[in-house]
Write a protein that binds this ligand. Structure first.
Ligand code: ADP
Ligand code: ZN
Length: 213
């Protein structure tokens, strides 16, 4: 029997967490949970939570801890998380990590995907997202098989927070608020570092190695 994987993916915006989360999700048949995707969906649907989160996201700031902690609490209570899960984009602050502990969630693995800021700034311009189904692509690294359109048929769009000025702000937020989590999880003996590679497949292989030992 394979072990249960309860994985946290750390890494700057645009480091490739989301892509690795999807690959691991398929391979191990466990859900990949992205707080960013859940919040964007709420904004799209005009829910109360979405409305309150909108201004934070658009300026590259973090959404308040209590909001995302609530989102994760609800999501992890769903039955598909019983046999493991991947957290992509949560926790992003030390209080969020402490809240996971307090919920009694026993994380088995933490992988930090590391990419230099300069490379991230270059990469972000190519990111595309489907407004209808949420699928993500990259013009260079992960093109849609359907050209300018999503395989679902809808138009691909550029996220408003992928604007270069907002990306710079998100990187700053990452270094200040999220990077301290590396120490937090290193002290628990859970942290593994993966150097993000130019080729997606190479990052996937290194991530796999970090997970399987
Ligand atoms: P990326 O990893 O590329 O930054 P995400 O989709 O993970 O993209 O996040 C987009 C935005 O959603 C963040 O900039 C932030 O405003 C908000 N967000 C997502 N997850 C969290 C979180 N755990 N805590 C606070 N804000 C979050
Ligand atoms: Zn789509």
């Amino acid at each position: 029997m394979a072990r249960i994987i309860k994985l946290i993916l750390l890494g700057a915006p645009g480091a490739g967490k989301g892509t690795q989360a999807e690959i691991i999700s398929e391979k191990y048949a466990i859900p990949a949970i992205s707080t960013g995707a859940i919040i964007r969906e709420a904004i799209q649907n005009g829910t109360e939570m979405g409305l309150s989160a909108k201004s934070y996201i658009e300026s590259g700031a973090l959404v308040p801890d209590e909001v995302v902690i609530g989102i994760i609490k609800d999501r992890l209570a769903q039955s598909d998380c019983e046999n493991g899960f991947i957290l992509d984009g949560f926790p992003r602050t030390v209080p969020q990590a402490a809240a996971l502990d307090k919920m009694g969630v026993e994380i088995t693995d933490v992988i930090s995907i590391e990419v230099p800021d300069e490379r991230i700034l270059k990469r972000m311009g190519g990111r595309r997202v489907c407004k209808k189904c949420g699928a993500t692509f990259h013009t260079e690294y992960k093109p849609s098989p359907n050209g300018d359109k999503c395989p679902c048929g809808a138009e691909l769009t550029i996220r408003s927070d992928d604007d270069p000025a907002v990306v710079a702000q998100r990187l700053e937020t990452y270094h200040e608020m999220t990077e301290p989590l590396k120490d937090f999880y290193a002290q628990k003996g859970l942290l593994k570092i993966v150097e993000g590679q130019e080729e997606l497949e190479d990052t996937t292989a290194l991530t796999q190695k970090a997970l399987e030992g």
